[in-house]
Design a protein around this ligand. Sequence first.
Ligand SMILES: [Zn+2]
Length: 217
Amino acid sequence: MALNIILLGPPGAGKGTQAARLVEEAGMVQLSTGDMLRAAVKAGTPIGLQAKAVMESGALVSDEIVNALIDENLAALSPDQGVIFDGYPRTAGQAESLDGLLAGHGRKLDRVIELAVDEDALVDRITGRFSCAQCSTPYHDRYNRPEVGGVCDLCGSNEFKRRPDDNEETVRTRMAEYRAKTAPILPLYDTRGLVARVDGMAPIEEVGAAIDRILAG
Ligand SMILES: [Zn+2]
């Protein structure tokens, strides 16, 4: 039976990595609202044209358009393909619609998996990271310094780079946005006993194993 799950987690929690792994290893399909919108606009479908007009006017795309997109994408799947919803639902109304949309395709929501992070630890993880400007080998100020200070272990380069977004203020702002986004839907799914929390701060392999156990259970 194909599983239908919602994957939640703030930027930096490893959501992208885990979703990519489930797509690769479990043959699941990732349905992200942003990707679906872009694809529909590019393909010039009737919904895409509607969405394009709305986005060009600067307004938010309505729930109706988003629901129509989800419906269309679910219809294109084979019954044995599981689905990972990413960035959706964002409101209680969308969460309610999702149940109906899934039911219309003989599916139901099986799990909501949240990659939980400790905010201070996340700030620590993200603000310390840098990489070699030549070969992109990743390093960290506190946990993974080059063996010889200022010299890349792998290629010997003296040049390193940091992403401008990797600062405390940006990380804390993103966390606040994430909490605001999930606040309307997490309690709903908690009440229904669907939420499973995984420690997003654990090593990638452990996070993956924990998710697999939840999905197998
Ligand atoms: Zn290097």
